[in-house]
Design a protein. Sequence first.
Length: 499
Amino acid sequence: MNACRNTMSAHTTLTDWKSINWSKITEYVKKLRQRIYRAEQLGQHRKVRKLQRLMILSKSNLLLSIRRVTQINKGKRTAGIDGLTISNACERVNIYNEMLEKNVQLHKPEPAKRIYIKKKNGKMRPLGIPTIIDRIYQNITKNALEPQWEARFESCTYGFRPGRGTHDAIESIFNKINSNTTKKWVFEGDFRACFDNLNHDYIKQQIKNFPAKKIITRWLDAGYIDNETFHPTESGTPQGSIISPLLANIALDGMEEAIEIEYRTDATYIGTIKEKCKIGLVKYADDFVIVTETKEKAEEMYIKLDGYLKKRGLELSTEKTKITHIEDGFDFLGFNVRQYKKQSANKLLIKPSKDSIKKAKKKIKEVFDKLKGQPIKVVINILNPIIRGYANYWKHVVSKKVFTHMDNYIWKKLYKHLRRLHPKKSWKWITNRYFKKPIDVTRNDKWILTCPKTNKQLLKMAWTKIERYIMIRFKNSPDDPLLSDYWEKRKRKKLKNAT
């Protein structure tokens, strides 16, 4: 696909990728997703299926899916077993024109390519990489299936869902424990090899009325190639696949019912929903936390979850699943949650976890090891995004001391780097050349590492303002057409915080 082709067809042939009005087609797909969501909310199941078929056949959905898979997603340059990658506008035009002539319902998926990445415990995590074509079809299918389930999903689920993330999950834990001083015991749950063991029959049953259920069944059964050997897949959804996180969330839905969580409308705060029972659940992908009032209630969760787990082909990880008292603290999603005893009253604090800090230090150390002898301009350009990323991830919790600690760690690494860079120069010469007052006059710092050629300065984590994260409300979803103003405000706030 080195040259753009004008293929004759019944459809309008695309010739110029750059001429596409992305705002218009993005808005069309967004509105169609919202219509699916609203129809599901109202129980209009026939209309849901009709709209899903429309989404699957949509040219706009095809264009957006090609763009996402080949331009936006992190793995855009990673090929499947066919070796195909799509890296330029001309190739995108050609693949669009080819796929326009085909029907996703008749597509026969290729097996995924098995690769391995190292986990934090030193073990290897298997990933299944579908072909580019399969990834595009999966994104098309996801846009049809996801809004239907967004209207169904439990409010306590935060992983791999639009408009939700780790900070929502952490804030939810804080609210569940801090607002109810009697919830002291924590059931820390983890499914053993969740993505590898999910029951195919259960997933198929959950999506039995979806118009494109057959292609999803073929993806589940497609198998994988490892070391040039084909392996069938009788269970699980491959990590690395676009559709897998959604299918996993569909399979894992229903835990609130299993552990008997009920909700009530809070008359004190009109329109808000709170747990009626004395159990709280927060779930992020295959990790979850249940908070209860007593140790006995926490231990009951093993029995309550038994039927839920068997139905889905899952087991709890004996290594990671445990019961903890809140005063001993626990780690979740890179944060440590712990209640500290104070003279006046107990105080619940959430801080970056030791493992998360250790990981950040390791990443920074690797940067300095790799950049030995490199000019300061290069060091600043590579370090700043890392510093900004960790600071933004940690800024919603108690992390001022951690910021200062990390700045000191970076300073020690910088000192060694500068000494190696100019072994024959005095420290006074080095400081005069590389350290200046902050460009931002509101900073109190006297010495800031500055590139002498570009005047670009190294960021400090301590400059990041600590601010409370505003958690997503109950079941709110970007696919809900009645919440456009709500999501616009969250988008503006997010952009403001990022600058």
